[in-house]
Design a protein around this ligand. Structure first.
Ligand SMILES: [Zn+2]
Ligand SMILES: [Zn+2]
Length: 357
């Protein structure tokens, strides 16, 4: 009952935040077109070039924000389907012991995929059960109330692009406001056309610029390092270094490739629905340096043990061979003598032939 109420409550908050964001977006966009574009247009002596350039930049940024926001909301972050679930059940996977260890799914000692106890569904590496969405999300980063959706394997790129374009837009608007404030005399006439929301939007842009700078810095740092927020905080609460987990790739471009599906930094930021490298269930554990170091150590130990065994075996074989050789040599001498003796008694001419050969 409590769980049901919690889920309903979070869904209600999510939808409220989406409506709130859209109203804010409309307000700021309206102010940009009717205040800033007009003010600059008038200030630069009704220059068509300035007016057009500001409209193009504004519409492009506005489109990138709305496109990535909508995709972040409507694209499912990644989950299994019934067919996969049945197949994995048939294969007899273990149940997840998440109740005992909430972060077991990032444990490099046990990289087998599992079945989630809570939703009875396939739970591959890096998946996490979201208690608000009530399902396992592939490569779950976090549940975002502003999207009313989880951020996971399939929509992580839209979330990152969304916050990036929001930050760029806020800095762009703030710099335009800042320029007006520091050339107040020149803008006095132009500001006559501004609407009542102009000062509110100005304050909002200044504040949001710095909030979004910090928010972007944090989320892009995790993405570039190849961690999800769940893994990062999970490792902290387990008292571990997050780099001990084996899913990070050595370079930034490799880590971002598994989020955006391209190695090109330019293409990453263009609005796109390109396919990702895999379905979110295949995670290799080979690139992590410590993991590799551990593997090398294990191989070295195995080699040393094998060399010791080989040496021991060779010593034993040498002893045996020596014994065998001694007995063989003795037998051979006896045999030679017998042949010699028989040869001498039967056919004396053959001795000469054998000696010659
Ligand atoms: Zn689950
Ligand atoms: Zn969720």
């Amino acid at each position: 009952m409590f769980k049901y109420l919690f889920q309903k409550c979070m869904k209600f908050i999510g939808i409220t935040l989406i409506i709130f964001f859209l109203l804010l977006y409309i307000m700021i966009f309206y102010s940009y077109i009717y205040d800033l574009c007009q003010i600059y247009y008038i200030y630069f002596e009704k220059s068509l070039a300035v007016g057009l350039l500001m409209l193009i930049v504004g519409y492009y940024l506005g489109f990138c924000i709305i496109f990535n926001y909508a995709m972040g909301i409507f694209v499912h972050p990644g989950k299994s389907n019934v067919k996969k679930h049945r197949n994995y059940q048939l294969n007899g996977l273990d149940e997840s012991d998440e109740d005992d260890d909430p972060h077991n799914f990032v444990n490099i000692q046990d990289t087998r995929p599992k079945i989630c106890r809570k939703c009875n569904d396939f739970k591959p590496l890096r998946a996490h059960h979201c208690s608000i969405c009530n399902e396992c999300i592939y490569k779950m980063d976090h549940h975002c109330p502003w999207l009313d959706n989880c951020v996971g394997y399939e929509n992580h790129r839209y979330f990152l692009s969304f916050i990036f374009y929001l930050m760029v837009s806020m800095f762009y608007l703030s710099s335009l406001f800042f320029y007006i404030d520091h050339h107040h005399a020149g803008f006095r006439d132009a500001k006559q056309v501004s609407t009542k929301i102009f000062p509110v939007v100005q304050l909002l842009c200044y504040v949001l610029s710095f909030v979004l700078l910090a928010f972007n810095g944090w989320n892009w740092y995790l993405a570039m390092k190849g961690y999800t927020a769940v893994e990062f905080w999970g490792s902290r609460s387990d008292g571990k270094d997050p780099s001990e987990y084996a899913f990070q790739y050595p370079t930034v471009s490799q880590n971002l490739y598994h989020i955006f599906g391209t190695y090109s930094y330019f293409k990453m930021l263009l609005p796109s629905t390109r396919a990702l490298p895999h379905d979110g269930t295949k995670w290799e554990c080979l690139s992590q340096p410590k993991r590799q170091h551990k593997i090398n150590e294990d191989i070295e130990k195995q080699n040393q043990a094998r060399n010791r065994n080989i040496q021991k075996y060779e010593d034993e074989v040498d002893d045996e061979e020596e014994q065998k050789f001694n007995s063989f040599e003795r037998n051979a001498i006896i045999k030679d003598r017998k042949i010699q003796f028989q040869g001498n008694s039967d056919e004396g001419g053959d001795d000469e032939m054998e000696d010659g050969l």
